[in-house]
Design a protein around this ligand. Structure first.
Ligand code: GLU
Length: 394
């Protein structure tokens, strides 16, 4: 073990994937676990997308693609950006990668030097901090609580900026809180960033389509932000294609070129069949996937109602994504079924061990008073999970 680098030794394990693995293992051991840990649609990839992949195999798409992705796919990404986001990108501003996670890692690798500061409005997705750490950058949390619907203010942003600030990782709809910033809120944050022209914005919009009514907006829509924003998206969440591993960016040409160079030395590009399927996913009407969004919305409504009935759970109404992020700090200092609850990790372990329900601790997202519950699961499992949680806590 001592042969391992300091880099990997200091890297935290992904809390979302670790909890999902633990739930899987317990299931294999015969335990009746309900896993609400992973943010993964429980739907299958739609038939028309699967057919595009099958056709691609039959048509012998099997060679290396351009490192930044098939031109046809990058054109489809540009059309999508224009259609859904009113953003103008050309194919040489687009890089297709092995999931949005790799897109983000590429951007971090090409823009962050050791010692640079990265702003993370909290709560934030677990891998942002780890990706910044891998670049030897320092991540700086900007905290928020359920009282502000887990959103930060322009004043907070201003106060967090130092001469070393290089980037902000921004994510709306947000994982884990489900919060969505409105256009007005975006513009207010942009006003602050306008005063600091050397700060880059990574705008992670992977949950764009899992939205229950707040109009989606993009940082790059604001002309003063366009030249320093990297818009990240992918097909995993909206098209139930998590395992296909396709993400992409739209960015200034010089950043896209650098990401292309990075990727050329690391992966040579994303899987060719998944790329062909993504062309279909992006060019067919978005209305094709509305049945999933509708179902997620029903489940959200049900979960909010059920969780509100649990004493000690403080719940807000997430406007997008497929997570609820209750504040459970009222349990801190209590002992439940022999478990001393001092923090959100203790609480999440209590639910796993006593209720057989897997969730993710808020600590991993920079929100130590909360836990994340994914409702990308069947209604039956969600009802049963809440019933079990209630029983343990009553
Ligand atoms: N993004 C999903 C989640 O937060 C998938 C797991 C991961 O990559 O973290 O659960």
């Amino acid at each position: 073990m001592n042969f391992l680098t300091d880099r990997i030794k200091s890297l935290p394990i992904s809390a979302t994937l670790a909890m999902a693995a633990k739930a899987r293992q317990l299931k294999q051991e015969g335990k009746d676990i309900i896993s609400l840990s992973l943010g993964e649609p429980d739907f299958n990839t739609p038939e028309y997308i699967k057919e595009a992949a099958i056709k691609a195999i039959q048509e012998n798409y099997n060679s290396y693609t351009s490192v930044n992705g098939y031109l046809e796919l990058r054109e489809a990404v540009c059309l999508k950006f224009k259609r859904d986001n009113k953003l103008e990108y050309t194919p040489n501003q687009v890089v297709v990668s092995t999931g949005a996670k790799q897109s983000i890692a590429n951007v971090a690798q090409v823009l962050l030097n050791p010692g640079d500061e990265v702003l993370l409005p909290a709560p934030y997705w677990v891998s942002y901090s780890a990706i910044a750490t891998l670049c030897e950058a320092k991540f700086v949390e900007i905290p928020s609580t359920i009282k502000t619907n887990f959103k930060i203010t322009p004043e907070q942003l201003e106060n967090a900026i130092t001469p070393k600030t290089k980037m902000i990782f921004f994510n709306s709809p947000n994982n884990p809180s489900g919060s969505i910033y409105t256009e007005t809120e975006y513009r207010a944050l942009a006003k602050v960033l306008e005063k600091h022209p050397n700060i880059f914005i990574l705008s992670d919009e992977i949950y764009e389509h899992i939205n229950y009514g707040v109009k989606h907006f993009s940082f790059a829509r604001i002309p003063s932000m366009y030249d320093r924003t990297i818009t990240v998206n992918g097909v995993a969440k909206a098209f139930a294609m998590t395992g296909w591993r396709i993400g992409y960016i739209g960015a200034p040409k010089w950043i896209a070129k650098a990401c292309n160079k990075m990727q050329g030395q690391i992966t040579s590009g994303a899987n060719c069949i998944a790329q062909r399927a993504t062309i279909t996913a992006l060019t067919e009407p978005v209305s094709n996937i509305h049945y999933m969004v509708k179902e997620f919305r029903n489940r959200r409504d049900m979960m909010i109602k059920l969780l509100k009935e649990i004493n000690g759970f403080e719940v807000n109404i997430p406007k997008g994504a497929f997570y609820v992020f209750p504040d459970i700090s009222s349990y801190f200092g209590k002992t439940i079924k022999g478990h001393q609850i001092n923090n959100a990790s203790d609480f999440s372990m209590l639910l796993l061990e006593e209720a057989n329900v897997a969730t993710v601790t808020g600590d991993a997202f920079g929100a130590p008073t909360c836990i994340r519950i994914s409702y990308a699961a069947s209604e039956e499992n969600l009802r049963e999970a809440v019933k079990r949680i209630k029983a343990v806590l009553s």
